[in-house]
Design a binder for this molecule. Structure first.
Ligand code: IPE
Ligand code: IPE
Ligand code: MG
Length: 249
């Protein structure tokens, strides 16, 4: 990395860490409504898609998988829907941790915890502890996540450190920490959004600086490990230049 690089923690510095895929899991509600069911049904089925994708990821060369499960703006939804999403989240933490551990998956939840119910915070902490030694896949689930909030927190923290502001590489590393507290977050290689919308909705604004984007009309409950495999095939054909020019030969 040159001193001019804007990439404090990218895939290029961690070639053995596998591809970082981030997914905006969108379309649950519309999927259910199109079938004459309540939005909640879509969220339940969406949890199945999570299982399918997580099972498939390690063998597809994915080293880090970041899933957007609940945005900070999702608190504005009806209380019943928020309640169900939180229950599904807790259930996932409690029921899946052992299988994740057995499959070598390390689970971590990113985002704010100060607004989550204590029992959910406990379930998260337990699942993180259970899966701590996983070394085949880093699974990060974003809950009460806002990229702007994470960036602001990182800037505040960096600014409060004496002497840091003047030292650009350190500041960049600090900002690169935006997603979690125990090390620099990796740049996203491939960002997938299901459900047909083409926007980021406050997800990983920093980490997606050079992400390849893939927007698919497939609704999240219909998305599976096979869709992830074809997304990665598409990704493999992309020509990533990172601001440089294509060198001959
Ligand atoms: C994504 O599906 C899940 C969450 C945002 C929690 P949506 O619930 O946004 O489904 P649509 O986009 O309304 O269909
Ligand atoms: C983004 O989806 C958040 C998650 C998938 C968790 P939204 O459905 O909340 O995003 P908007 O409102 O369409 O931008
Ligand atoms: Mg949506």
């Amino acid at each position: 990395m040159t001193e001019h690089s804007s990439r404090p923690g990218g895939a290029a510095e961690t070639p053995d860490a596998g591809v970082h895929v981030a997914i905006i899991m969108d379309g649950n509600g519309r999927w259910a409504q199109a079938r004459g069911r309540r939005r909640e049904w879509g969220h339940r089925r969406g949890a199945e898609s999570v299982r399918s994708v997580v099972r498939a990821a390690p063998d597809l060369g994915v080293g880090t998988l970041t899933l957007y499960a609940f945005s900070s703006d999702n608190w504005s939804r009806p209380a019943a829907e928020v309640g169900l999403l939180m229950r599904l989240l807790e259930r996932y933490m409690r029921r899946e941790a052992a299988e994740l551990r057995d499959n070598g998956v390390r689970l971590r939840v990113v985002g704010r915890r100060d607004r989550l119910d204590a029992r959910i915070v406990d379930a998260i902490a337990e699942a993180e502890a259970t899966t701590e030694s996983g070394d085949r896949l880093d699974l990060r689930i974003a809950v009460d996540y806002s990229s702007r909030h994470a960036l602001l927190q990182a800037v505040r923290e960096a600014a409060s450190r004496e002497g840091l502001a003047a030292d650009r590489p350190d500041l960049a590393a600090e900002l690169g920490r935006v997603m979690h507290a125990d090390g620099p977050s990796r740049d996203v290689d491939l960002l997938i959004r299901t459900g047909g919308e083409k926007r980021l909705s406050d997800f990983l604004l920093w980490e997606c600086a050079y992400a390849e984007m893939l927007f698919t009309p497939v609704m999240w409950p219909d998305f599976s490990g096979e869709h992830l495999a074809s997304a990665l095939q598409d990704f493999a054909t992309r020509d990533r230049r990172f601001g440089n020019v294509q060198l001959a030969g």
